[in-house]
Design a protein around this ligand. Structure first.
Ligand SMILES: [Zn+2]
Length: 134
């Protein structure tokens, strides 16, 4: 049992951020993603940063809002995290968790989505979310 599990209030079954991100998702739907074009990595990452300032996002949501392939998101996030190292913002990862049993995944592979719960074997995994914090 990972230590981290306690932080998210396992007694209620879901991490506290789950309800919050539902709210954000509804709000986020009203804003259209920016137009897609061939752009420099700097531009793409600036757009990802901007999206993350609005609300916590999954890798898929980031890919949609920044118009980048989902498989590239982890790499962008690594660079963004690095570029933030000297600023006053931090990239925060909200851990993935198992929907049926509430198991919280460790942060070892934190930019990737785990596929299966080691405790109950469910594949209903709520993916990690990313957000910027000051
Ligand atoms: Zn589980």
């Amino acid at each position: 049992m990972p230590q981290k599990a306690r932080r998210y209030g396992r007694s209620r079954g879901l991490p506290a951020f789950a309800a919050q991100s539902l709210y954000h998702r509804v709000v986020a739907q009203s804003s259209k993603p920016p137009p897609s074009a061939s752009e420099s990595l700097v531009t793409v990452r600036a757009r990802i940063l901007q999206a993350l300032r609005d609300s916590p996002l999954t890798a898929r949501e980031i890919s949609q809002r920044a118009s980048v392939p989902e498989r590239d998101v982890a790499e962008h996030l690594r660079h963004i995290e690095h570029s933030l190292a000297h600023g006053d913002e931090r990239l925060q990862t909200l851990a993935a968790h198992c929907v049926p049993c509430g198991f919280v995944f460790e942060a070892r592979e934190r930019h990737k989505r785990p596929s299966r719960c080691p405790r109950c074997k469910s594949e209903r995994i709520s993916p990690p979310r990313f957000q910027l914090e000051r």
